[in-house]
Design a protein around this ligand. Structure first.
Ligand code: NI
Length: 132
């Protein structure tokens, strides 16, 4: 969608709300989102798509009905389509999400945790300073 360099740390530094995904970039018909997570989300299912989580910072527990999946920095996990899950972050987590454009964060559950995907509020630039 763009030939600009995107930087996850810069993007996350501009985000203040937990559980509010922001679009970092897109590839074909998928969105790459950055999000800060803290606390417990809601149990939900995505009936039509898998959902990829990559943790950048912190420790994220993805509760499934039969087990907990614990992800640390650089860990990637795909929640299969149709599998009920509930993310939980006891401390703040920074994460990337990969999923088809239009995927709703609360899946089939709806409710007041449903968030519209937001665009980043300022250009992702000046990233080199953050890498040091
Ligand atoms: Ni989900």
């Amino acid at each position: 969608m763009s030939d600009d360099v995107r930087n996850t740390a810069e993007a996350l530094s501009s985000i203040t709300e937990h559980w509010q995904p922001h679009r970092l970039t897109s590839i074909n018909d998928y969105d790459v989102k950055v999000v800060k997570l803290q606390g417990e989300f809601v149990w939900h299912t995505h009936p039509d798509t898998d959902e990829l989580f990559m943790v950048l910072r912190g420790e994220l527990t993805i509760q499934l009905r039969d087990r907990d999946v614990v992800l640390g920095p650089q860990d990637v996990f795909v929640v299969p389509r149709g599998v009920e899950h509930c993310p939980r972050a006891d401390h703040e987590v920074h994460a990337l999400l990969f999923e088809p454009a239009g995927t709703v964060n609360t899946g089939d559950a709806g409710g007041d945790r449903t968030a519209q995907l937001r665009e980043l509020t300022r250009p992702v630039e000046g990233a080199r300073d953050l890498r040091r």
